[in-house]
Design a protein around this ligand. Structure first.
Ligand SMILES: C[S@@+](CC[C@H](N)C(=O)[O-])C[C@H]1O[C@@H](n2cnc3c(N)ncnc32)[C@H](O)[C@@H]1O
Length: 252
């Protein structure tokens, strides 16, 4: 898939994707990424990309015109449109990013165009005309959309085939269908005893069914404690067995 990123700080995105899992996704050719700076599409000596907000108030607003020119150049190079590659604007007012959305985007063959806002945000007329989806990283305000774009890029990259060393590892992650959408269980590694704390004996038993059962119990209890909303969702979707329900009632 091809991802184009509109950002005033392309070097942030480029240095991020040059490392780790994202790098493997790009090196393998599963994801092709190109950054675009709207400043390159702005008029005048100062190549201005922002202006004061109508109605007054603090801060600046990103101008619609350089963004529209930048997007037109992207569409022309990609030779596609919003139907095959939606324009995603990262914004605190968007729908919260979750693994379901990530899985959907990761399965896209064509990819997407990402828009990273800065200042107070983007002129609403550009959003109304061109943006297909607004996505939030959470209920907090960052200085720019680059971090949310990087989070999205990382989450999508690790779902590409062959990118993780162990292809099963994302199937066992929190929110995955294999875990009924629940949270992952705790992980332990060597030594068997660290600072007097032993590894749970079930994990050392070598008995696959016992290990799977221990992990399911932990996953259910952790989710009930930290994210009861996910238990409700799993229950609604019919993903909890009678045994799961007994585990949830029995706190020991
Ligand atoms: C300072 S913020 C603008 C905040 C905006 N005035 C508001 O209150 O909703 C500048 C840019 O950072 C990005 N941003 C900030 N917080 C974000 C979040 N939680 N999720 C996604 N993008 C965010 C958006 O692209 C936004 O346009």
């Amino acid at each position: 898939m091809r991802i184009d990123v509109i950002t005033l700080f392309p070097e942030m995105i480029e240095s991020f994707v040059a490392q780790g899992v994202t790098r493997r996704a790009y090196d393998s050719g599963h994801v092709v990424l190109k950054c675009w700076n709207p400043r390159d599409f702005a008029d005048g000596n100062y190549r201005r990309v922002d202006d004061r907000p109508f109605g007054g108030g603090p801060g600046m607003v990103m101008l619609a015109e350089p963004l529209a020119a930048c997007l037109a150049a992207i569409r022309s190079e990609r030779q596609d449109d919003r139907h095959s590659a939606p324009l995603i604007y990262f914004s605190p007012i968007g729908e919260p990013l979750n693994q379901h959305m990530v899985r959907e985007s990761a399965a896209s063959v064509t990819g997407a165009v990402l828009l990273c806002g800065r200042y107070e945000g983007v002129d609403q007329r550009f959003i109304d005309t061109y943006v297909d989806r607004q996505i939030s990283l959470g209920d907090f305000v960052l200085s720019g959309g680059e971090l949310p774009a990087m989070a999205w890029l990382d989450a999508i990259a690790r779902l590409q085939p062959g990118v993780l060393n162990d292809s099963d590892s994302h199937a066992q992650d929190s929110f995955s269908p294999d875990l009924s959408g629940l949270l992952d269980s705790p992980h332990f590694t060597r030594p068997e005893v660290w600072q007097g704390l032993p590894v749970p004996p079930e994990l050392l038993s070598g008995h696959h069914a016992h290990i799977a059962q221990w992990r399911r119990v932990q996953s259910l209890r952790l989710t009930a404690a930290n994210r009861p909303d996910l238990i409700t969702e799993a229950r609604k979707a019919g993903l909890l067995s009678a045994k799961d329900e007994r585990i949830l009632v029995d706190k020991n």
